[in-house]
Design a protein around this ligand. Structure first.
Ligand SMILES: Cc1cc2nc3c(=O)[nH]c(=O)nc-3n(C[C@H](O)[C@H](O)[C@H](O)COP(=O)(O)OP(=O)(O)OC[C@H]3O[C@@H](n4cnc5c(N)ncnc54)[C@H](O)[C@@H]3O)c2cc1C
Length: 453
């Protein structure tokens, strides 16, 4: 039986970053990472394999940085873990012992077993697996009528990419009123719907799938009511569930939403055993309530905390919960949000005001490439603290939301941000005279003043 100081199960973003950070921090310790497949892919890049990237080989991700740092990797699947004996066994029959064990086993797409016909042929998923996506690309090439089920960001990105081929009919079915409804309030989500439609996606929002129809393979999707959408391929994207069977069988505590229970330092209920990324529990930064945010950005932030603190706590965790910083782009326009959106605040009984401003992201706005930009801030009226934001616009939105995320984490108020010293340039940013973020702060201050008068 071979011994390692640290064994990481899984080589997704959280496993790789835990391994790289941990090994760099502890060069004298031996590290092993166990990965299920020889080839890995950038999960967030999967939708772009179907159009914008030439092929799947442009989207590969692997443990090279971990190996360069001195870690070892094997391709195998862990089948059992014995925590009291500090050992684990793999599918190929090998047994390893460890001092510290990290579960980075991630998540897998939810299978809609509650929909009749879910097991017909050509009903597929967006699995984070190189070999699976490689074969899905082939299926897509041979399909004309594709129905994507689920208008979260993964389903919406898939539909937008697939619709770039004019020879295909792409329908996106979402049971809520709008796509992206978990990340955006209805005004922003409605704009996302418009852009998806403009990109050639046939949207069917507010529709529930009743049945998949066909003999052997899917031929149509039946919606509630009489509507039937022809389909030679269905891609289900109705959510992801944490992969925690192994951890549960090993006796680790599992939360009500199926994740491995961890504390602020990713420590599980067993000493020397950690869990990180999609498989581990999170709680909301604003609400403090347990949630199941599954983002690579969250997973890697957790992995850095864990990598530094595997053997003892060197790096104090300064974030108290998951902010859920999210961004995407359709039809050339970006959407991003962080922290509370109006719906989240309402549901958590948080008193809030909004500050909204829209302008263009260049100055003058007649410059080529200028795009409309909208910033909406969610602010607590008592303190002026920013607790959430939604942004729409060009590519700069992707980094502006990260700035706002820091402001939320550092408890910055609109009173402070209103005199924020920013850099501006005609080709790069909005005008300093009407910098959209600052104007949104001013709008929030006006709302607070109105409340006080
Ligand atoms: C299409 C798509 C687009 C996305 N876009 C974004 C985005 O734009 N931004 C963003 O922040 N997030 C995005 N995400 C979410 C992000 O991909 C996940 O949050 C991230 O993959 C989580 O990383 P992880 O390492 O925790 O889990 P995973 O990526 O799921 O990796 C877990 C790994 O563990 C392995 N494993 C599991 N069990 C075992 C076992 N028993 N033995 C050995 N290995 C095992 C699996 O094979 C897998 O490789 C996207 C996800 C998808 C699917």
């Amino acid at each position: 039986m071979k011994y390692y100081d640290v064994i990481v199960i899984g080589a997704g973003p959280s496993g790789i970053i835990t391994g790289v950070t941990g090994k760099k921090e502890n060069p004298d310790k031996s590290f092993l990472m166990i990965m299920e497949e020889q080839k890995g892919l950038v999960p967030c890049g999967i939708p772009y394999v179907f159009h914008d990237l030439d092929d799947i080989t442009q989207n590969i991700m692997g443990p090279a940085p971990f190996i360069s740092a001195g870690g070892e990797v094997i391709v195998d699947t862990v089948t059992s873990v014995d925590i009291p004996r500090k050992t684990l066994t793999t599918k190929s029959g090998e047994t390893f012992s460890w001092e510290k064990l990290v579960f980075a086993t991630g998540s897998a797409p939810t299978v809609p077993k509650f929909i009749k016909g879910y097991d017909l042929g050509n009903i597929e998923y967006v699995k984070k697996s190189y070999s699976y996506i490689e074969s899905l690309v082939e299926k897509v090439k041979n399909s004309r009528d594709i129905v994507v089920i689920g208008g979260g960001f993964i389903g919406a990105e898939m539909a937008e990419q697939l619709a770039k081929d004019p020879d295909r009919n792409i329908t996106l079915v979402e049971m809520e009123e709008h796509c992206l409804n978990r990340a955006f309030s209805s005004d922003f989500a409605a704009m996302a719907d418009d852009h998806l439609t403009n990109a050639g996606v046939k949207l069917r929002c507010g529709c529930r799938v009743e049945e998949f129809l066909g003999t052997g393979s899917v031929e149509a999707v039946a919606l509630q009511g009489a509507e039937r959408i022809p389909a030679d391929l269905v891609i289900c994207s109705i959510g992801y569930g944490p992969r925690t069977e192994l951890a549960a069988e090993a006796g680790l505590e599992i939360t009500g939403n199926g994740t491995i229970k961890v504390d602020r330092y990713m420590r599980t209920s067993a000493r020397d055993v950690f869990a990180v990324g999609d498989c581990s529990s999170t709680s909301g930064f604003i609400t403090g309530n347990p949630d199941n945010i599954m983002l690579a950005s969250t997973a890697t932030a957790e992995a850095r905390v864990l990598g530094y603190n595997l053997f003892c706590i060197h790096l104090l965790r300064t974030f108290a919960g998951t902010l859920s910083v999210f961004s995407t782009e359709f039809d050339g326009y970006a959407f991003a949000s962080a922290g509370a959106i109006e719906e989240t605040a309402r549901r958590a009984d948080i008193d809030y005001v909004t500050g909204r401003f829209e302008d263009v992201d260049r100055h003058p706005g007649s410059l080529p490439g200028a795009k409309k930009m909208i910033v909406k801030l969610i602010v607590t009226p008592e303190t002026g603290r920013i607790i959430g934001a939604e942004i729409y616009g060009g590519k700069s939105v992707g980094e502006l939301i990260n700035l706002i995320s820091l402001a939320i984490q550092k408890q910055v108020t609109v009173f402070e941000l209103v005199s924020f010293q920013m850099g501006t340039h005609p080709l790069l940013t909005p005008a300093p005279t009407k910098y959209v973020l600052v104007k949104a702060c001013e709008a929030a201050i006006s709302m607070i003043r109105k409340r006080c008068s």
